[in-house]
Design a protein around this ligand. Structure first.
Ligand SMILES: *Cc1c(COP(=O)(O)O)cnc(C)c1O
Length: 390
């Protein structure tokens, strides 16, 4: 069958027809273990009964009403998310890039109110990824995302090198509106940010009068074993952005504010038609209530440590590093081998993975992945890596 969807993604020629837990089935009946969960989205796995039930129930009540009004489930979800994260207010959107656009606009307005027209710059980190809209592409600290064909890019972004204390010396001044940190760089290669550095960077930014924002679109909602990754890094941002896992597969994003950032947005500053509709909020409510349980997060940590430990224990010569936190996992591969070739081989054998940076195979399995599915996936992964060692 000819496919009429623009192949912006270089998609594989596999058509999936059903999924359950961390297992997916293609149209030809072939079974796949899901180590990527729709790029960190299906945090409760596929066909998670309480989620399906909540969405079905909400669909019968109301799917969408516009933001001219409030919905009961929207208010409840906001209360729950803010209580769990310790933020004061929130904006709901539809995606990660859009949540980050909201954060960027908020930072610019904060700068204007606290230093005038010159305080507009947003400082982001080298190797970061913030999204595919023009502003979020510009915020992204990887030049491969800045091809000339999309120019001109917006002004007012500056990059610093993460984990480099020297880079903090001249990073912030009275032109800085915000420091924007991607808490573990997903797309950039599952790169960990050193907590001492993050705290020092946050302090330096605040000392210069800027606010601190965390892009937790990938790391948030339990992915790294704490509800927010910034909790573990030990700096409490004024703004945090969330998306991917937030509604377990229903498109949604959020930008949460507190402290100096809490009262920046007023009516009319930022809006979107679909944003935070009742269907998405009903899904989000199940996700947040489930993921915020301490036992749930303990299990994420255990499963992640187990997977990293297993890969390290194979002692394969092509594996240069195994890193990450919770169920955000990167295997750094010898630069002679393309991680994409490993991804292709894994798929052939029935395992969905993805890549990151230039030399990393990335796993973002459902946070609910079972021991059995972990074993099945690791067995395939080991056999593929061994093939590449030959
Ligand atoms: C995926 C991602 C985004 C973009 O989210 P979309 O929903 O694709 O717009 C932004 N920031 C980070 C850290 C991401 O991982």
């Amino acid at each position: 069958m000819e496919k009429k969807i623009v192949n912006n993604y270089g998609s594989f020629d596999i058509t999936f027809v059903k999924s359950s837990g961390s297992t997916m089935w293609a149209a030809d009946g072939k079974k796949y273990i899901d180590f990527i969960s729709g790029i960190g989205v299906n945090c409760l796995g596929h066909n998670y009964k309480p989620l399906v039930k909540a969405i079905s129930k909400q669909a019968r009540k109301q799917i969408h009403i516009s933001n001219y009004y409030f919905s009961d489930v929207g208010l409840k979800f906001a209360d729950e998310l803010l209580a769990v994260t310790g933020f004061e207010k929130g904006y709901f959107g539809n995606s990660g890039a859009e949540a980050n656009e909201a954060a960027i606009k908020l930072a610019r307005k904060y700068g204007q109110l606290n230093g005038g027209a010159k305080r507009k710059t947003i400082v982001t980190l080298d190797w970061s990824f913030h999204g595919r809209t023009l502003a979020t592409l510009t915020a992204t600290g990887q030049d491969r995302f800045h091809p000339e064909c999309f120019a001109p890019y917006p002004e007012g972004f500056k990059k610093i090198i993460p984990n480099d204390f020297d880079a903090l010396k001249n990073a912030f001044d009275n032109t800085t509106a915000a420091l924007f940190i991607e808490c573990i760089q997903g797309e950039g290669g599952v790169n960990l940010i050193n907590p001492e550095w993050a705290q020092a960077a946050a302090k330096a930014a605040r000392d210069a009068g800027a606010i601190v924002m965390a892009d937790e679109v990938q790391t948030g909602i339990g992915r790294t074993g704490t509800f927010l990754a910034s909790d573990a890094l030990g700096f409490k941002p004024e703004v945090v952005t969330l998306a991917k896992g937030i509604a377990g597969g229903v498109p949604m994003g959020a930008c949460l504010f507190r402290g100096k950032a809490a009262d920046v947005f007023v009516a009319g500053d930022h809006q979107s038609t679909f944003a935070g509709n009742p269907l998405a909020c009903a899904a989000g409510l199940v996700v947040v209530e489930t993921v915020s349980q301490p036992e749930f997060l303990d299990r994420v940590n255990h499963a992640g440590d187990y997977i990293r430990g297993a890969i390290s224990s194979w002692n394969l010569p092509i594996v240069k590093d195994v890193r990450g936190k919770g169920l955000m996992i990167g295997t750094q591969i010898d630069s002679k081998i393309k991680p994409f070739d490993i991804e292709v081989k894994c798929l052939e054998k029935g395992l969905c993975t993805t890549t990151a940076g230039t030399d990393v195979v990335r796993f973002l399995p459902p946070l609910t992945i079972s021991d059995k599915e972990i074993e099945e996936g690791l067995k395939i992964y080991k056999s593929v890596l061994e093939e590449f060692c030959k």
